[in-house]
Design a protein around this ligand. Structure first.
Ligand code: AMP
Ligand code: MG
Length: 404
């Protein structure tokens, strides 16, 4: 981590690459085994390997009749057995078919299933197949999903409902996951008061603490509440020193090289400090450093800036420290439903929604405002130095892509 100021503005990609490099230098190496029921949101520490074939045996994809097409003469067939899901079938008697239901094992000797809608059951109980048959139709072959020993998910996969369902389908009860990252949230500013207390003159409620703590929990982090830090050097030092056992100190506010930038002073004295000026709006000032060896990221204090810089920079950093490979949100090219006539020096992330397939903006893009972010479905990216006419393509990043 190099100290000092950057000349000019640091492009978003460059800042992200630096943060990811820092994350890769300090990966979370410890793993733990957790029950599947507790694994949602965690990161796989080892690849998920199939311990059996899926499906374990050939089975029917339909309610219908199983037969041996290779031996069939075209005549109606008598029904020699009835096989429901969960039954163990007898081998198919030659010259017969089996009544079979979805998910039931195919009897030995059968190779094809016809769905019940395409058969006629004759008066004597024999079954006539009225449509042409194709070998192996409506049969789910053994191992069609996976074979024993196949790698299904790489280490570093974030586990969600689908991955947990997949693991359960293999009979897995526990998974090895990365231990949770411990992240401390510090809010700086003499003006801040926690909800529940009365507001004094000049005071505002602390919104970033709740925003970040909820977000970090969704990311599978163990959150340490660092509370509110007054704007003074002694308490800043003391607060940082009390957080020696966390993986990251995440603070908001006090990074705009103002006179109340005590975080910067403390880091400079007892760690390292890089003050980045990012080509991002909302955002711009970001502190990246460490205090007595503990990494520190200082986000700008305006809640809109906290949202954008956490979502686009700190979130990927945290995920990469957990070993996650795909850390960047998906974005979609969509037509602008607005015009942008003044090219900016910074890349803008505008609180936006989709309306009739076009991206429209909230009228209030102030960095101090969360209400427009609550209205928004995503962030519309307007690149530095560009203008847009209605219908021009831009990248739209759904908030759902970054909030979890
Ligand atoms: P700062 O970066 O400390 O100069 O803060 C920039 C703006 O964000 C100021 O208007 C602060 O009052 C506001 N702010 C800083 N921290 C918070 C917070 N935790 N919750 C709400 N607003 C904040
Ligand atoms: Mg402040």
């Amino acid at each position: 981590m190099s100290g000092g100021e950057q000349p000019g503005l640091l492009p978003v990609e460059a800042a992200l690459q630096r943060l990811l490099a820092l994350a890769e230098a300090m990966p979370v190496a410890d793993n733990e085994r957790v029950a599947l029921a507790d694994a949602d949101g965690r990161v796989l520490a080892e690849p998920l390997i199939a311990g059996l074939d899926l499906p374990p045996w050939a089975n029917s994809a339909m309610d219908g009749y199983a037969l041996c097409l290779a031996d069939w003469t075209g005549e109606p067939l008598r029904v020699s057995q009835r096989i429901q899901a969960g039954n163990a079938p007898q081998p198919l008697q030659p010259g017969s078919c089996a009544r079979i239901f979805t998910g039931a094992p195919l009897p030995a000797g059968a190779d094809t299933v016809e769905m019940q809608e395409n058969v006629v059951v004759e008066a004597d109980g024999r079954v006539r197949f009225s449509e042409p048959l194709r070998l192996a139709q409506n049969v789910r072959a053994q191992g069609q999903e996976t074979r024993l020993g196949e790698h299904l998910l790489p280490a570093g996969t974030r586990l969600g409902p689908i991955e947990l369902g997949l693991a359960a389908s293999l009979g897995i009860v526990e998974l090895s996951v990365r231990r949770r990252l411990r992240v401390a949230v510090l809010s700086t500013g003499d003006e801040l008061v926690e909800p529940g207390l009365p507001l004094g003159a000049g005071q505002i409620y602390n919104s970033n603490r709740r925003l970040l703590m909820a977000w970090l929990q969704r990311l599978g982090c163990a959150v340490v509440d660092g509370g509110i830090l007054a704007d003074d050097l002694e308490s800043t030092r003391a607060a940082l020193a009390a957080l020696s056992d966390v993986d990251l100190i995440l603070s908001t506010g006090g990074v705009s090289v103002g006179e109340a930038d005590f975080l910067g002073v403390a880091l400079r004295e007892e760690g390292q400090l890089a003050l980045w000026k990012l080509a991002i709006k909302p955002g711009k000032p970001l502190t990246c450093g460490q205090f007595r060896g503990v990494p520190v990221i200082g986000l700008p204090g305006n809640p809109g800036s906290t949202l954008v810089t956490f979502g686009l920079l700190a979130r990927p950093y945290l995920l990469r420290r957990m070993g996650v490979q795909r850390v960047e949100p998906l974005g979609f090219a969509l037509p602008a439903g607005f015009t942008w006539s003044k090219p900016g020096k910074r890349r803008e992330y505008l609180r936006a929604r989709l309306q009739n397939g076009r991206v429209v903006l909230h009228p209030n893009q102030s960095s101090g405002v969360l209400r427009s972010a609550a209205w928004a479905e995503g962030l519309a990216e307007v690149l530095e130095g560009t203008t847009l006419a209605e219908g021009d393509s831009l990248r739209f990043i759904p908030l759902s892509e970054i909030l979890g």
